[in-house]
Write a protein that binds this ligand. Sequence first.
Ligand code: 6PG
Length: 248
Amino acid sequence: MNRNKVCIIVEKHEEALSDRGARLFEQKAIEAVKAEGRFWVALSGGSTPRRMHAKFADRPSIPWQEVHVFWADERCVSVEDPSSNFGSAWEDFIGKVPLPSEQIHAMPAHGPPGEGALSYEREIKRILSPKEGRFPSFDLVFLGLGRDGHTASLFPAQSSLEEDERCVVAVKGGDPDVDRLTLTLPVINQAKEVVFLVSGKAKAEVVQAVIEDEGGAFPASRVRPGMLTWLLDRDAASLLSEETLTQR
Ligand code: 6PG
């Protein structure tokens, strides 16, 4: 099994967590641009990252001209729909920062989902240009965590969890229970770093189960990149053992 480096960071509340996440984004962007001249990042959907996304506009040193923003998943709804991950990100920061439009890689949420998945896979490969036979490697992928242990739109007991060739697939499920596009595990695990951003007491049980249950029963348990960071607030981390917290 891929032995990855796991780091757990606990902030006292959601505001501090969001601030830490925005500073991490800025730091990783600066490092990637310094080293490679660009920063390839995939954002999570859902509600947790929105406060962090809103803080991106206040981070003075993010090198937007060299940043390419992708998504880990998207609901196949109109951008005006409140459940649209792209629509939320536009509201939270994209419409407020000097990110060149050709570097905003929204998932094609209109049209037939299967075709959207193929077209997004082509877009990722066009920009990240992986070596022959290798999965594209994002510099950073943010993920959220559902109470059932799902992440991105990889839901328990769905065949998408076993996908080992495609980078993007069309699925249906979640809340809202709609058609979705999602990155697959091979491309998530090819990322240089994955950061789970999780907040609130309601997630404490699943956080503890995913981090401490070596059984790997959940979709999120199968996220094993070279570098994995759990960015939690105290409530979400409240059931983790002292041993887990001191080890990492
Ligand atoms: C999605 C998300 C999903 C989300 C979790 C947590 O588009 O549905 O990517 O994986 O991160 O469901 O959602 P909350 O942050 O809203 O709790």
